[in-house]
Ligand binder design. Structure first.
Ligand SMILES: Cc1cc2nc3c(=O)[nH]c(=O)nc-3n(C[C@H](O)[C@H](O)[C@H](O)COP(=O)(O)O)c2cc1C
Length: 181
């Protein structure tokens, strides 16, 4: 049942060779962004992530999605759930990362090449003044996308999964996982 999903996850890669063209309409890009932001889970369902989508002239590929966290939302949940006050900023990072992964995979499946960038805070300050972004929004990542002009430019290596997954059976025994890489 999960095979299709796993195949899609395996196909997502970093692609730096992109050009200012789109395989799909602007309306479809927006539709995808809406589905992703709506259906990706968040801690306490707080929905703290914000996207700013820049198209064509505003950046390097065909588009860039700036992924923010609205810290005002996070502060509100810290007040509502004081026991989790210390953890909510971490959860906020997780919320954003889940959005980034889903968006990255979805845009690639539509035919884009994508790469994820973290260049805070230099770009952050420029954008805040240029597009009047709320000072409560914290920029976490930028997803650059465009029509791919080449393959992913590095051979991906993998640390063995048996060194990363540990299975414990009901008797407290530990078995290393095994399987094809
Ligand atoms: C949380 C996170 C942050 C990343 N930040 C950057 C970045 O700032 N610049 C960049 O070129 N790639 C960045 N990447 C891309 C990774 O280097 C890349 O995903 C990794 O090498 C695996 O390659 P793949 O994406 O082709 O599977 C980031 C990836 C993740 C998951």
């Amino acid at each position: 049942m999960a095979e299709r999903f796993l195949t899609q996850i395996k196909s997502r890669r970093t692609c730096y060779s992109v050009e200012r063209k789109s395989p799909i309409s602007e309306a479809r890009i927006l539709e995808i962004a809406r589905d992703i932001i709506k259906h990706t889970p968040s801690s306490f369902n707080c929905q703290s992530t914000r996207f700013i989508i820049l198209l064509r002239d505003e950046h390097a590929g065909y588009g860039t999605v700036l992924l923010y966290e609205d810290l005002d939302v996070i502060r509100g949940y810290q007040v509502r759930f004081p026991r989790f006050k210390r953890h909510l900023p971490d959860f906020s990072e997780h919320n954003n990362a889940m959005q980034a992964f889903n968006l990255w995979t979805a845009l690639q499946l539509e035919g884009f090449g994508c790469n994820l960038q973290h260049v805070n805070p230099i770009v952050d300050q420029r954008i805040v003044s240029e597009w009047n972004v709320s000072p409560d929004w914290s920029l976490k990542a930028q997803l650059v996308f465009g029509s791919p002009t080449g393959e992913p430019n590095h051979q991906k290596t993998f640390t063995p999964t048996e060194d990363r997954i540990f299975v414990h059976d009901m008797d407290g025994e530990m078995a290393k996982s095994s399987g094809a890489q």
